[in-house]
Ligand binder design. Structure first.
Ligand code: IPM
Ligand code: MG
Length: 363
């Protein structure tokens, strides 16, 4: 029996997680998936109840779960809070406390959606890249950090970019192993022409490469990588990078597919415990309006099945169901094209369930 903790969070989080819950319930019914669901608060909704974006109770449940499914956190009503109390801090602490150092962010182009991309279709047709972002180190967590006052009353902000070689090696191993399961090509992105941290990064990735001779490794500076991503994204297969570069490059990759509402992610630790979440944010402007696209969250369920629950077959079925609803022309407002009538969150969720029942019976 696998334990799954649902953390709907803020904004559109609860609406999209509700659809993921339906998908899980369907798999329990149809495929005897052995899962037990729990639910807790994180982010702004946790702050509102407990004055803490990651209450102890939530952290305890997350630690004992096999997988965590998170909706989204954040909202303008929380932006004035102290940094420690902000919704984003709840998410960052969850990543750190569970040691979720490996963040997998696939960017896949769905054939029917290539006109939604900000690039011309010929540059993005068939796009299938995977960004692997180190998630618990680097400048996001480095100490010292803060804002101090210098002589003459001048304020100075400072953060620390730091990686130790073991932190680099463990994410590099994940990246090489993942590349082995794909097209055997890995591009490591850094800023080794300027930063010592990147020089070490390049060195360690090169050493780890010796254990994976079947993977071809290249290195690229991050500014060039940003340019190449919008010039010829299909040159990439797996991209490995640090926490901050990964934050930025994964948003670029998301836009290439034209549909941030379609992209799932997985954050894993050494024990394959994982947190799964859509790449998009809490979208407060459309929260509670039945307008959010639930497919990124549903595809995150597929990643959870594959990486934490050892159910690749069921993961494949969920992905097939999503392909089917897209092929059938179901579109939420974010991916609608001219001449199409958008459906709401709930209807899209129901369409996936319907497709899932169909593909289940055909397989
Ligand atoms: C992401 C987000 C987060 C990050 C924020 C919400 C803290 O942008 O997951 O990419 O910067 O990691
Ligand atoms: Mg980001």
């Amino acid at each position: 029996m696998y334990k799954i903790l649902l953390l709907p969070g803020d904004g559109i989080g609860p609406e999209v997680v509700a659809q993921a819950r339906k998908v899980l319930a369907c798999l329990v019914q149809e495929h005897e998936l052995a899962v037990e669901l729990e639910e807790a608060q994180v982010g702004g909704s946790a702050y509102a109840l407990y004055r803490d974006p990651l209450p102890d109770e939530t952290l305890k449940l997350a630690r004992s779960a096999d997988a965590v499914m998170l909706g989204a956190v954040g909202g303008p009503q929380f932006d004035h809070l102290d940094r420690e109390l902000r919704p984003e801090k709840g998410l960052l602490r969850l990543r750190a406390e569970l040691d979720l150092f490996a963040n997998l962010r696939p960017a896949i182009m769905y054939p029917a959606l290539d006109s939604a991309s900000s690039l011309k279709p010929e540059h993005v047709t068939g796009l299938d890249i995977l960004i692997i972002r180190e998630l618990t180190g680097g400048i996001y967590f480095g100490e010292p950090r803060g804002i101090r006052t210098l002589e003459g009353d001048i304020r100075q902000g400072f953060n620390t970019l730091v990686y130790s070689e073991d932190e680099i090696a463990r994410i590099a191993h994940i990246a090489f192993r993942t590349a082995q399961k794909r097209n055997h090509r890995l591009c490591s992105v850094d800023k080794a022409n300027v930063l010592e941290v990147s020089e070490l990064w390049r060195d360690v990735v090169g050493t780890v490469h010796q254990g994976y001779p079947d993977v071809s490794l290249s290195h690229m500076y991050v500014d060039n990588a940003a340019m190449q991503l919008v010039k010829d994204p299909n040159q990439f297969d797996v991209v490995l990078t640090d926490n901050m570069f990964g934050d930025i490059l994964s948003d670029i990759a998301a836009m290439l597919t034209g549909s941030i509402g379609m992209l799932p992610s997985a954050s894993l630790n050494e024990k394959d415990q994982g947190m799964y979440e859509p790449v998009h944010g809490s979208a407060p402007d459309i929260a509670g309006k039945d307008r959010a696209n639930p497919l990124a969250t549903i595809l995150s369920v597929a990643m959870m099945l594959r990486y934490s629950l050892n159910e690749s077959r069921l993961a494949g079925l969920v992905e097939q169901a999503v392909h089917q609803v897209i092929a059938q022309g179901y579109r939420t407002a974010d991916i609608v094209q001219s001449g199409q009538q958008p459906v709401g969150t709930e209807k899209m969720g129901n369409a996936v369930i319907h497709a899932l029942l169909q593909v289940s019976h055909n397989n």
